[in-house]
Design a protein. Structure first.
Length: 449
């Protein structure tokens, strides 16, 4: 009997703590930042090669693979720096390197000839022929552009079955094709194609008309009090249709390294649970799946995977009944029919968004209250766990956390300062505190209200 196809969860590791949260929630792979060679460098917290090596070692100890993001598009002034970094990471023990530029491919191959390479979504791979090109150069995996429809991905997998394919299943959308970034530098002076993405394309823009014969007399196009949202894209969320994706890809990628531990914990937990439920023919626990709706987010959208590329992310919500009917007609293989049957059994197809025009969005939905660190002290016969608080925590607060199979609650009993003195509360201004609970906690557990 052939082995069941199980695409791995590829989780963001923007800091050591976030990488550990992802790994201890059973993400099979975590992508981590490399100094001076990664997009989002400004937002990442691993500052040295020693930090990087420790993170990789601990990921391996937890059973997770470590993929290094080295996906900038370097200019001439960056070439020497990039090559020196490749030399320095030769012994950190990475499982693969994510790259985007042909020249960086040559440099990595020169210094690390046996390193598995993954082509970044920054390269905007949209066709079977482009995938074949990189396959012939011994690239192991391609992270496809976000703009591909699921039918195009099926065709690529059929045309190049030997190539591993990875797609983004959650979070950011691009307002142009993946990797073709120019707005950041214009508005903020930071190069989004190197390491300083500021996500300008996700801001709300006010748009004005200027008439040719009346320069400087502008008329504002309005949609609401904040202006027209032409570039403020919706957030990608595919958890409701994951069963239709699983047969055709090898990696399910969750973005965003700059988000909180609560974000990493919630998304990894939810996507891992839904994927495993589909694979194992077990019921989906909505309490776990719907953690993706608890994190701060814009309106969710299942992207161009299930929508025509002409449909703007800020347009009307798609008619899911029509999409499902059309999609079912295209299911030819027994594997496709099997996954459709499984998903239909455990989940209705429906569009869900927990944000409306009347809610404050991220502010209203902020629920991250703290992270348990792997350090324990004893005082007066009680065990106190090292804790990083993101909001105020008081004795006798009741906090939520995700037990292995369900949501659970736990009570805070006492709070100590970093000097082990009893205090009335802790908060985000404290680098570290110590908290006792009604029972012992696990490392890297995220607690929230």
């Amino acid at each position: 009997m052939s082995k069941i196809h199980i695409p791995e969860i590829v989780a963001p590791g923007g800091s050591y703590n976030k990488a550990m949260v992802a790994s201890l929630n059973w993400a099979e792979a975590v992508y981590v930042w490399v100094p001076f060679t990664s997009l989002r460098m400004r937002q990442n917290k691993m500052r040295t090669f020693d930090d990087l090596k420790k993170t990789i070692n601990d990921l391996h100890a937890n059973g997770s693979r470590a993929y290094l993001t080295m996906n900038i598009f370097p200019r001439n002034t960056d070439i020497k720096v990039f090559e020196s970094v490749v030399e320095k990471i030769a012994d950190v023990g990475a499982d693969a390197i994510i790259f985007s530029d042909p020249w960086t491919y040559n440099i990595i191959r020169k210094h690390l000839p046996n390193m598995p390479l993954h082509l970044s979504t920054q390269a905007s791979i949209l066709s079977s022929e482009a995938v074949k090109f990189w396959y012939d150069l011994w690239v192991k995996r391609v992270v496809l552009a976000r703009e591909l429809h699921i039918n195009e991905i099926k065709q690529i997998k059929k045309d190049v079955p030997e190539m591993e394919l990875e797609i983004f299943v959650h979070w950011a959308m691009c307002v142009t094709y993946s990797g073709r970034c120019s707005m950041w530098e214009y508005f903020s002076g930071r190069d989004g194609n190197k390491w300083e993405c500021s996500h300008v394309c996700r801001y709300k823009f006010k748009v004005y008309l200027e008439e040719e014969k009346r320069p400087w007399k502008f008329f504002q196009l309005t949609q609401d009090e904040d202006g027209s949202h032409l570039l403020s894209s919706k957030d990608l969320c595919t958890i409701e249709r994951l069963g239709e994706i699983i047969p055709y890809v090898d990696g399910l990628k969750i973005e965003w390294r700059s988000k909180s531990e609560f974000y990493v914990w919630s998304t990894v937990k939810a996507y891992k649970h839904v994927r495993d439920a589909i694979i194992n023919w077990t019921p989906i626990d909505n309490n776990i799946k719907e953690m993706v709706y608890e994190i701060p987010h814009r309106y969710y959208w299942d992207g161009f995977l299930f929508n025509d590329i002409k449909s703007a992310p800020d347009g009307e919500e798609p008619n899911y009944k029509d999409l499902i009917s059309e999609n079912k007609k295209e299911h030819k293989s027994w594997l496709s029919k099997l996954f459709t049957k499984i998903v239909s059994k455990f989940k209705p197809y429906k569009y869900v968004s927990t944000v409306t025009d009347d809610t404050a969005g991220p502010i209203a939905k902020c629920k991250y209250f703290g992270l348990v660190l792997p350090e324990v002290v004893e005082k007066d016969g009680k065990k106190y766990f090292a804790f990083v608080a993101k909001e105020q925590i008081f004795p006798w607060d009741m906090l939520n956390f995700m037990a292995p199979r369900w949501l659970w609650k736990i009570t805070v009993t006492w709070v100590l300062s970093d000097k082990l003195e009893e205090v009335a509360k802790t908060d985000c201004n404290k680098e570290k505190s110590y908290i006792s609970f009604e029972w012992e906690m696990s490392w890297w557990e995220v607690l929230y209200k």
